[in-house]
Design a protein around this ligand. Structure first.
Ligand SMILES: [Ca+2]
Ligand SMILES: [Ca+2]
Length: 318
């Protein structure tokens, strides 16, 4: 059974590489026609080729994600799409692709209820605990809620337009959802250092549930926050235990978390934990870098997977 799985993965890899080669061959052809007309010189030519390689990388990621959806309905760190891929050499260039699910992170846009007025207290408690785990001032949570909520009255520790207007380069509180994680830099208390600490653990676009197969230790620990009395907090030891367990037993359904230990069975039974977790992922961040002769270009893309299809919701070549 295990051998068969390995074989299937191998075939999937071959198919992906084959398609990749076809894409690049086609891209090279288009490039050759274009280059002759444009006479862009060596740098321009490398730059175009880098862009095409980067694009081919996202094509490969898309194929991997579609293939994975056909194979199972859970997503782990040990699957075709998520395993680290060695650099792919093609022609004169190299492609480096990484794929990350956004469901391993905490979604900032869900800290305020859809009406844009009240905070979601349970999710806010989870975010506060994440800040605490990362050693970040809890007031950042209030400033984030103020940034999101429709009103202009600051929470204790938070900040609204009146505060931001007093800055050397004034601007207004957004009072709306984040479009990108980078926007977080505009929020009171989010210094460069705080932003770098937070970035790996937060998203602004996800399925709304944390995938317990892919979430890092810090996010897993944060999930027990705001729980009703009677169930404990997920500490570092419990989070490590869950991570060790899932290596050999990927969670195929949310209730599988009960099998990790009596502690998790208790947490699952007594709290609202199950409303905030999932075993699969829907939104994937693909980063693909094409390099030719020292020139590099990157495609940054966010793909939404529904069924077997990947729809790009964001796409940028830089
Ligand atoms: Ca999967
Ligand atoms: Ca506000």
């Amino acid at each position: 059974m295990k051998r068969l799985r390995g074989n299937e993965d191998g075939i999937a890899l071959l198919v992906t590489l084959l398609v990749l080669v076809l894409i690049v061959a086609l891209a090279n052809e288009i490039f050759r026609i274009g280059a002759r007309a444009a006479q862009t010189g060596a740098y321009g030519r490398d730059s175009i080729e880098c862009g095409l390689l980067a694009e081919a990388g996202t094509g490969a990621a898309r194929i991997a994600l579609r293939q994975d959806a056909r194979e199972n309905s859970y997503d782990t760190l040990d699957e075709f799409w998520s395993r680290p891929v060695p650099p792919i050499e093609l022609g004169n260039g190299v492609i480096n692709v990484t794929v990350e699910d956004e469901e391993r992170k905490i979604d900032l846009n869900l800290l305020v209820m859809p009406n844009g007025i009240a905070p979601d207290e349970q999710r806010l408690a989870i975010f506060r605990r994440l800040l605490d785990i990362l050693g970040i001032d809890g007031a950042v949570a209030d400033a984030v809620v103020d940034w999101l909520d429709a009103d202009d009255s600051p929470r204790v520790g938070g900040a609204e337009t009146a505060y931001y207007q007093g800055l050397p380069y004034p601007y207004s509180a957004k009072n709306d959802l984040f479009d990108t994680v980078d926007e977080l830099r505009l929020v009171k208390g989010v210094t460069g250092e705080v932003f770098e600490k937070l970035r790996p653990f937060v998203t602004v676009f996800s399925s709304a549930k944390v995938n317990i197969n892919t979430a890092p230790k810090e996010v897993i620990m944060a999930l027990s926050a705001g729980s009703i009395a009677g169930a404990g907090e997920i500490g570092p030891a419990e989070a490590d235990q869950l991570i060790a367990y899932r290596r050999d037993h990927p969670f195929r359904s949310v209730s599988d978390i009960k099998n990790v230990s009596p502690f998790f069975a208790d947490l699952y039974g007594k709290t609202l934990l199950q409303n905030y977790i999932d075993v699969r992922s829907t939104v994937f961040h693909v980063r693909s870098i094409g390099t030719v002769a020292g020139t590099a270009r990157t495609v940054d893309a966010i793909g939404l997977r529904s069924g077997n299809e990947i729809q790009w919701r964001f796409w940028r070549l830089e």
